[in-house]
Design a protein around this ligand. Structure first.
Ligand SMILES: [Zn+2]
Length: 70
């Protein structure tokens, strides 16, 4: 049984790699892909910004700190 446990751990750790930099320090699963803290926070930041921009475009929210584009 120890062998199968080892294989399981190996398989799991192989799956848990940051899909950008390959770091095994994975902390986030975003849209089915794993990311380490560094890459994950960038993705989330971009994702949130995109969503905020989209909401602003629809007139749902107003970004107070955003530049007003004409
Ligand atoms: Zn990464």
């Amino acid at each position: 049984m120890p062998l199968s446990i080892m294989i399981m751990v190996f398989t799991m750790s192989e799956e848990l790699k940051c899909s950008i930099c390959g770091s095994k320090d994975v902390i986030a699963l975003i849209e089915g892909k794993y990311y380490c803290f560094k890459c994950g926070s960038k993705i989330v930041e971009r994702h949130v910004l995109k969503q905020l921009e989209e909401l602003e475009r629809r007139g749902i929210i107003a970004l107070e700190e955003g530049e007003i584009e004409s």
